[in-house]
Design a binder for this molecule. Structure first.
Ligand SMILES: [Zn+2]
Length: 352
């Protein structure tokens, strides 16, 4: 199988638009539009007009030129890890609904399909983890580094033209199963207050576990949060499955909530206090320091599985890592990271 994208150089815009309208994801996985920048419009079934902006490979803007002062600016990103297919399929369905005229929006939207080369090989990434590269301070060493810059530039110009609120939901699925199957990481806010209405929105998406990050990171959601004051979250929607193998019924709540977010001028949300939300705070960030770093629990341990004080979590030459309090839970354990990178995050319940 040839994993490189085909050129569109010989196509005129109508041919490209027709291919996009057939299926946006199929198009993204086949064709390179990096040399093309153009706009087309769709007259929807309800006679409203949607303008679609092709901004790069897997980067598509909707109604970017809206002059409506109440228009929200919403970034929906997926596939920042190429094998996390469910969010890619969810976003693709939304894009197709726009190109087929079934969906219209009063808002500005930026759809981002993050790491297309890694989707083509069904891997999390090709050379390095794209979701550690969202900072202009980092040197660009790989294609993923260059892609991070391209995506940051797109978000920068999208949010710079924003009228009203800025929102970014970076949609993922986790490598491991999770005791709390769907959860979201709330980026470090540098002391700003948490948005309870955003948490209520996540609860409507069936995301009832929230992890409060306690430090700056180089993730996509932190990038939008810290630089543009966007309501931004890394949203984990379940376990990684191959394309076409997802039980899409598990995503009904998130799909209908995203459609409400996109289509409604003002979202009606339940009170935060009425939502069954559990909030956790990071307690320990354990970075791998030695090649022999090993986890002291089963590889099949679910995210949010909890430990007792002094239970050994991991060890490596010269160091043993233990739970510091009863009920400390483990998320994202991965012994196969590069030296210096995070191997385990531990969390404890927290009230906001
Ligand atoms: Zn991911």
């Amino acid at each position: 199988m040839n994993h490189s994208l085909k050129t569109c150089q010989t196509f005129d815009e109508t041919q490209i638009i027709n291919l996009i309208k057939k299926d946006y994801l199929d198009f993204c996985l086949q064709y390179d539009v990096s040399e093309h920048r153009f706009e087309f419009s769709v007259i929807a079934d309800n006679n409203l007009n949607t303008s679609m902006h092709i901004l790069g490979n897997g980067i598509l803007g909707i109604n970017l030129d809206s002059t409506d002062e109440n228009a929200k600016s919403i970034v929906l990103s997926c596939g920042v890890h190429g094998n996390e297919t469910a969010p890619i399929e969810i976003c693709n369905d939304l894009v197709n609904a726009f190109t087929h005229g079934q969906l219209t929006t009063p808002h500005r939207i930026l759809f981002i399909f993050g790491n297309i080369p890694s989707m083509l090989i069904a891997e999390r990434f090709v050379e390095e983890n794209l979701n550690r590269l969202f900072s202009y301070e980092l040197p660009i060493k790989t294609n993923e580094g260059a892609r991070a810059k391209e995506l940051m530039d797109s978000v920068d110009s999208f949010f710079s033209d924003a009228k009203d609120g800025r929102y970014h939901y970076d949609l993922h699925t986790a490598i491991r199963p999770s005791k709390n199957e769907k959860f979201a990481v709330y980026p470090f806010l540098h002391g700003k207050p948490y948005s309870k209405s955003q948490l209520a929105f996540l609860s409507c998406c069936d995301v009832n576990t929230i992890l409060l990050s306690q430090s700056p990171t180089t993730t996509f959601s932190y990038f939008s949060s810290v630089n543009y004051n966007a309501h931004a979250f890394t949203v984990e929607l379940g376990k990684v499955m191959p394309f076409g193998k997802n039980d899409m019924s598990k995503f009904n709540a998130v799909r209908s909530s995203l459609i409400n977010l996109i289509t409604e001028k003002h979202l009606t949300l339940p009170a935060y206090e009425a939502c069954p939300i559990e909030v956790y705070q990071v307690n320990q960030v354990i970075n791998k320091q030695q090649e022999d770093f090993a986890l002291h629990f089963s590889d099949s341990l679910a995210n949010f599985e909890s430990f007792k004080k002094d239970d050994v979590l991991a060890s490596e030459t010269g160091k043993v890592y233990k739970a510091k309090v009863d009920g400390e839970a483990v998320v994202f354990p991965n012994a196969n990271v590069a030296i210096g990178q995070r191997a385990i995050l531990t969390v404890v319940p927290h009230k906001i």
